[in-house]
Design a binder for this molecule. Structure first.
Ligand code: S3P
Length: 167
């Protein structure tokens, strides 16, 4: 078990959910993903929420989700949507924030058509690249730690080292 929440932030497609799931298993605790929480609560895909209610409404749902996490979730690995820490910089109040940094070109290589389709803000690649440049700076400023998410087992080891060092 861990004594605090670990929150993984980073751009779309940087592998937050995959790492969060594997890390939780390794640390013998649970994992939650804010996009999944919102989709389950609304019973709608992220795409549908963007289409029918707009981005602003999605951001409000993320804020609601943050308040719930802050007051109810402990000792959990949490992956959040790419925009979550941009719109909710107080995210740090809910745990240790780790930025999974992956170069944009690498993200593009990893994302297949299906992964792109699920993400309303990734449909225009040029715009996504511009968003990446802007957000990378914000993630860097916000994060307690930054890891370059290249390889799953290496990233797990790095997070474990961070946890040991901050004990
Ligand atoms: C978004 C990222 C997505 C999802 C939504 C908006 C963003 O999550 O929350 O499509 O603003 O970067 P992932 O980072 O898991 O793709």
């Amino acid at each position: 078990m861990i004594s605090t929440n670990i929150i993984l932030i980073g751009f779309m497609g940087s592998g937050k959910s995959t790492l969060a799931r594997a890390l939780a298993r390794e640390l013998n605790t649970y994992f939650i993903d804010t996009d999944n929480l919102i989709e389950n609560f609304e019973n709608k895909s992220i795409n549908k929420i963007f289409e029918s209610e707009g981005e602003q409404s999605f951001r409000e749902k993320e804020r609601y989700c943050f308040n719930w996490i802050k007051h109810n979730v402990k000792s959990t690995v949490i992956s959040v949507g790419g925009g979550f820490p941009i719109f909710i910089p107080e995210i740090k109040e809910a745990g240790i924030v780790i930025y999974l940094k992956v170069p944009f070109e690498e993200i593009l290589k990893r994302m297949d058509e299906n992964e792109i389709k699920k993400r309303p803000l990734f449909k225009d690649i040029q715009k996504a690249k511009e968003l990446y440049e802007k957000r990378d700076k914000i993630y860097t400023k916000l994060a307690d730690f930054i890891i370059e998410n290249k390889n799953l087992s290496k990233s797990i080891e790095e997070v474990k080292e961070i946890l040991n060092a901050s004990k």
